[in-house]
Design a protein around this ligand. Sequence first.
Ligand SMILES: NC(=O)c1ccc[n+]([C@@H]2O[C@H](COP(=O)([O-])OP(=O)(O)OC[C@H]3O[C@@H](n4cnc5c(N)ncnc54)[C@H](O)[C@@H]3O)[C@@H](O)[C@H]2O)c1
Length: 333
Amino acid sequence: MRSLKNLLVTGGAGFIGANFIHYLKKNNFNGKVFNLDSITYAGNLENLKGIEKNFNYEFVKGDIRDKDLLKFLFGKNEIDTVIHFAAESHVDNSISGPKVFLETNVIGTFELLFTAREAWTENSGFKKGVHFHHISTDEVYGSLGETGLFSETTAYDPSSPYSASKAASDHFVNAFHHTYKLPITISNCSNNYGPYQNKEKLIPLMISNAIEGKNLPIYGKGINVRDWLYVEDHCDAIWTILLKGENGRSYNIGGNNEWKNIDIVYKICEVLGSETSKSKSEYEKLINFVTDRAGHDLRYAIDATRIQKELNWFPKESFETGIIKTVKHYLGK
Ligand SMILES: NC(=O)c1ccc[n+]([C@@H]2O[C@H](COP(=O)([O-])OP(=O)(O)OC[C@H]3O[C@@H](n4cnc5c(N)ncnc54)[C@H](O)[C@@H]3O)[C@@H](O)[C@H]2O)c1
């Protein structure tokens, strides 16, 4: 079991990073948490309002590509663990403007690895207990047909500039392990849902548009399938890997919870129908099919056997309860 003291969380003002910091506080983590985030359009410090109360937390506004800042942070704060969330994360944006995905997701990850390696080198090895955990996605594996699952041994085959940049960053993390022996783990997770997600993503977009009486735009025929995991379960999986994950190993994380996009939207309409004064069918009337996303992957699904068997991690939240919590969050309930 690793012992963790000074954590550098990157991208902690984003959706999953913020939930992870809340998870640490809720689970009484008693070390220090540094949140390095440049606050792009996707970062929101409101997600962490009041977090510093009774919690050893410091926010650092800065970019993961800023080598001098990274060097300073590692030197001053004796960082022993990096949990790397910061990224450009929206596939649609990667289609309209791919370059920043290369810059943040690939070069930014490289700069973090490079600084960690320099800061953690002692004599000819690494300081005891240091660790770099990289958060990645199942999208690196490409698209599945109607059957099959992605396992950790599935060959990488990314389709979008987003998934290509995440695949490249995963390769750099592995390369720093194989070449320099940097202690690392990687997790490749399916789609997350829950509180604090930016409204550009499917579930919060549909919930907030429905609340405002706006159209619910669905790509193509809505038949694309994704596996959905409640964000707190993802945070719990990351924490489990940090404590018990094998050095150099990748872990797939999933909810065993596949949904077609259109069925997710019907489900949201149903929950909104029971949580508000409008009916389910009034919300469903807002559904509007739009031109499909370029190169839209048909289906992603995860085989999470490794993390279940080796680290005894299982998701706790059911989709039935998780989606109600999520809708309530956006309703401000
Ligand atoms: N959301 C999902 O369903 C999902 C699923 C699997 C993996 N992931 C991965 O998890 C991580 C977090 O995803 P998310 O949905 O929370 O993303 P997000 O877009 O909500 O948040 C990203 C955060 O990173 C920060 N950031 C961006 N560029 C930065 C830079 N150059 N320097 C410092 N900070 C920067 C942003 O300000 C923001 O706070 C990403 O690496 C993503 O690839 C996400």
